[in-house]
Design a protein around this ligand. Structure first.
Ligand code: GDP
Ligand code: MN
Length: 403
């Protein structure tokens, strides 16, 4: 689960990570109030207005309706509501949102931290994630902050510092110092960076995160180290024990069909193809998607109905798949291991009758316990449903249905 930048920064701050201070707002007037409070608390007289969406690249992204960027500077209090109005309610398109963009419902009004001083402000990159291959957490850092890190990784892999941390041992002091040293820091900035990395790692572990990305981490002109941006991805499997964090979920940022599927206990991912599929088990679902491709189609979705497929889950699955206008045929591929095929077949027929007129052909492939009886139920239902027992047979029927 992802959370917004303003929420991520609050999380980091609660673990003692220094952040660029800010206050969230959902109207231009609210943004002005936020700026006044910030001015009182930090003394800042310049402000940064930042669109809150679950996607990066906001600084370079454009708001369709106004032409504003997704991150803008306001150099006076009066300018804050004007700049906020250019972002709020608009559709922000960045390299990460896709062409349709994302609606902006909130902005973060933050203090300007790039103020002039003894040295130039400098941007760094820092992330912590799980390295599954090594069974460790890994800290990745770079002096090339503020840039597209994938590009740095590709063109200058030597500029990415990696430090693996054994989760059983935790981050050791020397490791935090090593990263700060390799970033070329010295003096107070070095000490600040060590503190920053240590607190950040504690936040990562304490929140059961799967990914932290702080880009940029800023060294201010007076040698403070702080988080200007924060992307936090939490481990969904740990949310049961992270109740406060689970509350931060923003459904407006998720695909509506995926949210609806989740409510019915279905594992659904929307794709761009023309053949809807409904399968029990993730592995079989992947194989089914491959098979759809081999038959000349493109999967319209991934949908795992889980082990206990019945008329209710099948009906929920149909309803979700049918909301996608690109779907030209539906393939149901179920292995009757725990559930018997005749029960599934009856479930399909029942769900079909409840929904009424389904405008696309349905191919049902049942294999396993009572497969033949299942096929008979499908074929004798009198509905626009055909049965298949082998994968090849199913593939040919899908091909015929879409061509
Ligand atoms: P992203 O584009 O979605 O990754 O958003 P970021 O939070 O990383 O902000 C984008 C850029 O805005 C940063 O790389 C900075 O260059 C700029 N920025 C952020 N905060 C400040 C600030 O306080 N002052 C100034 N002048 N620029 C800022
Ligand atoms: Mn960023």
């Amino acid at each position: 689960m992802n959370i917004h930048e303003y929420q991520a920064k609050e999380l980091l701050k609660s673990y003692g990570v220094r952040i660029q201070e800010g206050i969230v707002a959902d109207s231009p007037e609210g943004a002005l109030e936020a700026a006044k409070k910030l001015n009182a608390a930090t003394g800042t007289s310049w402000y940064v207005i930042k669109a809150q969406i679950h996607a990066g690249g906001r600084g370079k992204g454009l708001v369709n309706e106004t032409g504003s960027r997704g991150v803008v500077l306001a150099k006076s209090l009066e300018d804050v509501p004007v700049k906020a109005a250019g972002i709020l309610g608009g559709t922000l398109v960045t390299i990460q949102t896709g062409a349709e963009g994302k609606k902006v419902n909130k902005v973060l009004v933050a203090e300007d931290v790039y103020y002039p001083g003894a040295s130039e402000p400098k941007e760094y990159y820092l992330s912590i994630l799980l390295d599954r291959g090594k069974g460790s957490n890994v800290i990745m850092a770079s002096t090339e902050g503020g840039m597209d890190i994938e590009e740095v990784a590709e063109k200058h892999p030597e500029k990415i510092i990696k430090e693996w941390i054994d989760p059983k041992v935790g981050l050791q002091g020397f490791q935090a110092r090593k990263v700060a040293f390799k970033l070329g820091l010295e003096g107070n900035a070095f000490k600040e960076m060590v503190k920053f990395i240590t607190a950040l790692y504690n936040a990562y572990v304490g929140s059961d995160a799967a990914q932290f990305e702080i880009n940029p981490v800023l060294k201010t002109s007076d040698d403070k180290i702080l988080a200007v941006d924060a992307k936090v991805g939490l481990d969904d499997n740990a949310l049961y024990r992270q109740k406060a964090l689970a509350e931060l979920r923003d459904i407006a940022e998720e695909d509506p069909l995926e949210v609806e599927a989740g409510k019915s206990g279905l594992n659904y991912v929307k794709l761009d193809g023309n053949v809807g599929c409904m399968v029990n088990g993730a592995g079989l679902a992947m194989a089914t998607m491959d098979m759809i491709k081999l038959s000349g189609g493109e999967p319209a979705n991934f949908l795992d109905v889980g082990g206990g497929a019945n008329a209710v889950t099948v009906e929920a699955g149909f309803r979700i798949i049918l909301q996608d206008p690109n779907v030209k045929a539906i393939l149901i591929n179920v292995f009757g291991g725990i559930v018997r095929c005749d029960r599934i077949a009856n479930g399909v027929v029942e769900a079909y009758k409840t929904i009424g007129n389904i405008p696309v052909p349905i191919i049902v492939r049942l294999q396993g316990t009572n497969a033949e009886e299942g096929a008979r139920i499908i074929d004798e239902s009198g509905l626009k449903v055909s049965s298949a027992i082998t994968l090849k047979d199913a593939a040919e029927k899908v091909k015929a249905a879409i061509s």
